[in-house]
Write a protein that binds this ligand. Structure first.
Ligand SMILES: [Mg+2]
Length: 433
């Protein structure tokens, strides 16, 4: 909330922007986002009180509620409440850990759906986006047709989100970001609300002042001391007084109380897609010992695939990087038959490449650096073709899951391969970040 004032309203004020004529902004707010994603993915949670928690403990005894499903809200459970309190209110609710990478991935998909509508999409928070519809509606005449068309776009977007992602959203549409955001709060869940400029004074005036974006608990207390309880009271307060008391923030709040907000929808930079995962190690003094090099490579492959699993990537091209003596480094690559994120296929390919290089007779000097990287990536959620072999032998996968869980809980150094023991440089502690 405050962030909005800091980054949106203030920036607009400093830039001295003038309002774009006939603006139309859509605000999308996902309903009980984390809980809805979990209920979509796990049928057992559907229709039941579900509490998604930020916690470090396994049984969610400590920590706070990140999101409560609508079923859980009926028991008075809300975001920010302690898990302990939520549990005492509804002991039979399901409690799960928040899986932030999964929600972020869904936000990315959501953003892509919005970008099909308009290139001006701003990810405001993990479950909120702004879409600037202005360019799409420019040709609509007369004015009323524009708002009708905006409503249709909002309805279609909601339908698309339901169809493609299996989630519901509340949509607000208005002449600027501030009003659009307030509009989406009017009807939840699964709402669609339009506020046109003519309706603004009537809708805003009776609202409690803290419904304005940017009015937190402290500001509400200050305003109350001035006799300002509703948005209407604030709008009637002299602008100079607000400016004198609260500076620029005061002026912006006063503008907000009149439903004015000129801050633009700012499309963020497209996140840098990861292109490869790699690790390398320089070997002091260098070595020609093939067994030692293979062991080093195994440790590196462990670390690389661990990072891939953590970030949800599978990869197909394995590259071995070597530096011999003081010459420039070079690389050899091989493509795997299947996408992988486990050590053994990656290591097998890298070791093969290493052995081939070793037998080429080109190593006139000791190897000083060895590294491995995996590229040609794809997201794990996009599905992996499971071969019959994996079904017959999923031992490595199961073992890896256990090891990952151990490292998540106790740190990278807690388990290491017996073959890497005694080689401090290679124990996972130094490698996996
Ligand atoms: Mg939400």
């Amino acid at each position: 909330m405050t962030q909005y004032v800091a980054h949106g309203l203030l920036r607009a004020a400093h830039q001295g922007r003038t309002a774009e004529r006939g603006r139309c902004v859509l605000h999308l707010d996902m309903d009980a986002y984390f809980a809805s994603v979990e209920q979509r993915d796990v049928p057992l949670y559907r229709g039941r009180p579900l509490v998604v928690c930020h916690t470090s403990s396994d049984f969610c005894r400590h920590g706070v509620v990140a999101t409560a499903s609508y079923e859980a809200r009926r028991w008075g459970i809300k975001a920010g409440m302690s898990v302990w309190e939520a549990r005492s209110r509804c002991p039979h609710a399901c409690f799960v850990h928040a899986d932030i990478p999964k929600y972020l991935h869904n936000t990315r998909l959501l953003r892509r759906l919005c970008e099909r509508l308009s290139p001006r999409v701003e990810v405001f928070s993990v479950d909120e986006l702004f879409v600037d519809l202005t360019p799409l509606l420019r040709r609509c005449r007369p004015e009323e047709r524009r708002w009708e068309e905006a409503l249709r776009l909002g309805r279609d977007l909601k339908e698309e989100i339901r169809r493609k992602l299996g989630l519901t959203a509340s949509v607000g549409i208005g002449p600027n970001k501030l009003v659009a955001k307030m509009a989406s709060e009017f009807q939840k869940p699964d709402g669609l609300t339009l506020i046109i400029p003519e309706q603004l004074p009537g809708i805003l005036a009776p609202l409690p002042v803290d419904r304005l974006v940017g009015v937190g608990e402290r500001m509400r207390r200050h305003l109350r001391a001035m006799g300002v309880e509703t948005v209407g009271d604030l709008a009637r307060a002299p602008r100079e007084v607000m400016e004198w008391k609260f500076g620029l923030v005061g002026r912006l709040l006063w503008e907000a109380a009149h439903g004015r907000d000129e801050s633009p929808v700012v499309p963020g930079e497209e996140e840098q897609e990861v292109k490869s995962f790699g690790h390398s190690l320089s070997l002091r003094g260098g070595t020609r010992d093939l067994e030692y090099l293979e062991n080093t490579l195994l440790g590196l492959c462990d670390a690389v695939t661990r990072r891939m699993r953590r970030q949800g990537y599978l990869g197909r091209t394995v590259s071995l990087r070597l530096r011999v003596g003081y010459a420039m480094g070079y690389a050899r690559s091989r493509t795997l038959p299947e996408y992988a994120d486990l050590t053994s296929p990656v290591y097998a390919a890298a070791r093969d490449l290493l052995r081939r290089e070793a037998s080429s007779g080109l190593w006139t000097e000791p190897v000083t650096t060895v590294g491995v990287s995996v590229s040609q990536l794809r997201r794990r959620e996009e599905g992996r073709q499971i071969t019959i072999w994996e079904c017959l032998d999923s031992r490595e996968e199961r073992l890896t899951a256990v090891l990952d869980a151990l490292r998540d809980r106790y740190g990278e150094g807690v388990v290491t391969r017996a073959s890497l023991l005694g080689d401090f440089a290679l124990s996972g502690m130094n490698l996996a970040r």
